[in-house]
Design a protein around this ligand. Sequence first.
Ligand code: ADP
Ligand code: MG
Length: 326
Amino acid sequence: MSRLRDVGEFGLIARIAKLAKSAPHVIEGIGDDCAVLRLDRRTLLVSCDLSMEGVHFLTGTPPEAIGWKSAASSLSDIAAMGGAPAFVLVSLACPPDCEIAFIERVYDGLLDVLSQCGAALIGGDTSKSPAGLLLDVTAIGEAVGERCLTRRGAQPGDCLVTTGWLGLSAAGFHAITHGHDAPALVHAHYQPVPRISEGQWLASRPEVHAMIDISDGLAQDAGHLVEAGRLGVNIQKRFVPIHPDLAAYAECYQCDPFAFALAGGEDYELAFAIDGPACEETIAAFRREFRTPIAVVGRFNDAWHGVRADGEPLARSGFEHFKNPA
Ligand code: ADP
Ligand code: MG
């Protein structure tokens, strides 16, 4: 009998997707960062993300960080489609002995990132939990212009481009679990910033063909971009944006900064495909608009399928529920 650990998170989602029926108004159902719904002339984007104590955050995580991160992961999915977040619902399960002040601080963090992203808390659900805290955040947003970007659409010859620095969050987690003093990395882990404005700008550019947010590590999330077209993408390690703080941390504690950047998740940066010949001009225009770093890290091709780094096939080394050790 096949079990979850055999098929993994993505194998399970693929099976669930086969069970789901198509429905009116659904432009994108299961499989992308958000569901895309067309209602009259408006295009709604909806995504939910679950955060569970002991799985998504450690016991002892500051409550504000639990709230911030749980909401940021959902809002980031709206960013990944180029949308504007508007509303959020929060389902909360907690043990009866949980302090009310603790929950209030969770909501402080959650509401902080909501206000930064222009979203309002409009509802949710509450339950007791037999053990540990659980939050499920549903974000509802809207496509801003004519189009929203999906994970499909990368073409051979497109550049793979990322925003921000990669691997900071995973290094922050490493620092927390090893008791290392690295406040900037820990901050990146606790308070990732969804790239809302950048996502909207990118979706307005026709030369940007596909986009995803990096929640499970660049290697794995780039894998989602190559899947639909059976493409390949070669990531050139020397172009992967490693922040000096990460480089210094990796040097100090003798770890591989690229392992954090490629396989570490929860950076919530954007990864996208830009038409090859247009790429340079798009990046120049992005830099005029934003101070957010942007980097061309690889190129798509149709000669082989999958993700490689410097020509070497990369296992899908990012986070996948049921497959990764607890
Ligand atoms: P992300 O990392 O962007 O949040 P996920 O990998 O969690 O995306 O989910 C991928 C897709 O699968 C999304 O479209 C999501 O809505 C869908 N999905 C995930 N879990 C389930 C589930 N249990 N039932 C139905 N759809 C699911
Ligand atoms: Mg996503």
